[in-house]
Write a protein that binds this ligand. Structure first.
Ligand SMILES: Nc1nc2c(ncn2[C@@H]2O[C@H](COP(=O)(O)OP(=O)(O)O)[C@@H](O)[C@H]2O)c(=O)[nH]1
Ligand SMILES: [Mg+2]
Length: 192
């Protein structure tokens, strides 16, 4: 990896309950549009997307999409190996999918530490069915923060719709920017 020319290869992982929209978000970010059918992701699947922004940040994002039940499968956390950022997805119309995120965070911590952890509420186009408010997410973030076996930072919240595309690019771009700024900082520290 040659950071000075900005050719990053960054692995990001999408986690969260089955049906929250992980595969749809990945497809949307890749520019593949939206499908109403739900084909269950088996094990894991990934896509590669080249990115460039601010004229200095460029590279490839390798986006892993894990099957909904990953944390019940022995050793499934191995899929997270090498991930530099986690996108934890829930469905704003399904409170349970938010409430399970502390369990996902603890599970992911077995393999990944000290990376950004973005909590993303998807399906905001279904506003009339919304079950989750912003304060509910703050409570979950506090819960994750208080768990001593979890070390993610920053933990941030975002909202998206894979259906309309709202919020998707900004969530990924903010994540990639945060990851790259951290890598650059680590590099500078190593040189000192
Ligand atoms: N209305 C709406 N439906 C969505 C959205 N994202 C995903 N879906 C639907 O939710 C279902 C599950 O999506 P999928 O991406 O397969 O979820 P995954 O199991 O987390 O990978 C599918 O029927 C999708 O079409 C969204 O933003 N809005
Ligand atoms: Mg899927």
């Amino acid at each position: 990896m040659d950071n000075t020319r900005g050719h990053y290869q960054l692995k990001l992982a999408l986690i969260g309950s089955d049906g929250v929209g992980k595969t749809s978000i990945r497809r949307r970010y890749l520019g593949l549009g939206f499908k109403t059918s739900h084909i269950k992701t088996l094990g894991s699947d990934f896509s590669v997307k080249t990115f460039e922004f601010d004229n200095i940040y460029a590279g490839k994002a390798i986006i892993w999409d894990l099957a909904g039940e990953a944390f019940r499968i022995p050793k499934a956390e191995i899929y997270l190996k090498g991930a530099v950022g986690i996108l934890a997805i829930y469905d704003v119309t399904n409170r349970k999918s938010l409430e399970t995120l502390p369990t996902w965070a603890e599970w992911a911590s077995q393999e990944v530490r000290d990376t950004p952890f973005y909590i993303i509420g998807n399906k905001i186009d279904l506003e009339e069915n919304r079950e989750v408010q912003s304060e509910d997410v703050d409570t979950i973030i506090d819960q994750i923060d208080m768990n001593e076996s979890v070390h993610f930072h920053p933990i941030k919240k975002y909202e998206t719709s894979a259906r309309t595309g709202e919020g998707i690019n900004s969530a990924f771009e903010d994540m990639l920017r945060t990851v790259i700024e951290r890598l650059l900082k680590e590099e500078t520290n190593q040189l000192q």
